[in-house]
Ligand binder design. Structure first.
Ligand SMILES: NC(=O)C1=CN([C@@H]2O[C@H](COP(=O)(O)OP(=O)(O)OC[C@H]3O[C@@H](n4cnc5c(N)ncnc54)[C@H](O)[C@@H]3O)[C@@H](O)[C@H]2O)C=CC1
Ligand SMILES: O=C([O-])C1=[NH+]CCC1
Length: 315
């Protein structure tokens, strides 16, 4: 008989999920996804329900990795919050199942998973697409994703300068006091991004906040927010001038306002660069349009569950 499911809450997810182990697994999973081999990864574009009354959405993100025996789904609710709202803008739960029996093995907090795997995917994009001599990183936004992106980008790379922008002085000050290293605060987007080699956009904007005319030629942009077909973070100039990479073509063509409304071409998936089937144009201006994929949650959940099991058996 199947064991009852375990519940792995936030503090345990924080304990067992580490960028050092997550990044190589994520990179491998992105490559498997882009190989379109159904024995490696089956992951449809997420199903999204509109929560009209609450100005939000629920995404259901199932993934099956036959060879790795991983069956997983995430439920993620995300909202277009009013300014000043204290309600969370994203909440997620991850469910790991046994693919043979169909029983639930674990229910996990999905917030930390979402923060870390999203930041890790952006860091992989930067490792592949930024210029090797990149010195200046700018983060637009100061919320949860901004914090996880700061952590992994400063852990993986040695930027000489890290800048952060928020619409308010309080936002940048809060961010400055939450991170463990140096950061230069900005309240003008243009000043924050002029001369930057890498720009991360992690806002809840629905209209463009980053304009191509401010972006240094050859810069790399990891665009993480704007995950609805009518939401934008980047303007048409940037989308059309840059070489556009994404996590999933189907996902981007269905959900990304930056791709759909600008009419920009998608050059490649990150997994195709990892697999060596598409080039990384480091010397050109590049955009990685991230929507988030179930396979990223699945490899994170397996990593956490395996570590949890080893350690539960010890005690
Ligand atoms: N690509 C992916 O895999 C994922 C994308 N996301 C998206 O990333 C974005 C950030 O997520 P979190 O950091 O969790 O949200 P958050 O609510 O913690 O932070 C959002 C940030 O955007 C700022 N902001 C809000 N409205 C704005 C506006 N109109 N103009 C400029 N800045 C504005 C807020 O002040 C805050 O700094 C959201 O759009 C979310 O949907 C979240 C999870 C995964
Ligand atoms: O992949 C993900 O979890 C999300 N993408 C956009 C909002 C949440």
């Amino acid at each position: 008989m199947a064991e009852p499911p375990v519940v792995i809450w936030k503090h345990e997810v924080e304990r067992w999920l580490r960028y050092k182990e997550l990044i190589p697994r994520l990179e491998e999973a992105l490559g498997k996804f882009s190989s379109r081999d159904s024995a490696e990864v089956i992951q449809p574009v997420r199903t999204t329900l509109v929560l009209q009354k609450h100005n939000g959405f629920m995404g259901l993100m199932p993934t099956y990795m036959e060879k790795d025996a991983v069956l997983c789904t995430k439920f993620v609710c995300f909202y277009k919050r009013e300014d000043g709202s204290t309600l969370p803008s994203t909440q997620a739960t991850v469910v790991l199942l046994d693919p043979e029996y169909g029983n639930v093995k674990a229910v996990m907090d999905g917030d930390i998973i979402t923060r870390m795997r999203t930041a890790a995917a952006s860091a992989i994009s930067a490792r592949l697409l930024m210029r090797p001599d990149a010195e200046v990183l700018t983060i637009l936004g100061t919320g949860n994703q901004a914090l996880s992106h700061y952590d992994v980008f400063t852990e993986m790379f040695s930027f000489k300068e890290v800048r952060v922008w928020s619409r308010t002085t309080e936002g940048v000050e809060r961010f400055r006091h939450s991170v463990s290293g140096p950061v230069m605060p900005y309240v003008s987007v243009e000043e924050a991004v002029r001369g930057a080699d890498v720009i991360v956009t992690v806002t809840r904007c629905t209209e463009p906040v980053l304009f191509g005319q401010w972006v240094k030629p050859g810069a790399h942009v990891a665009a993480v927010g704007a995950c609805r077909p009518d939401w934008r973070e980047l303007d048409d100039v940037l989308m059309k001038e840059a070489v556009v990479y994404t996590d999933s073509r189907e996902g981007a063509m269905t959900e990304s306002g930056d791709v759909i409304l600008s009419g920009a071409d998608i050059f490649a998936e990150l997994g195709e660069v990892i697999n060596g089937t598409k080039p990384a144009y480091r010397e050109k201006t590049t955009v990685f349009k991230s929507l988030g994929m179930g396979v990223e949650d699945a490899v994170s959940a397996k990593l956490i569950f395996d570590q949890w099991k080893v350690n539960a058996n010890k005690s």
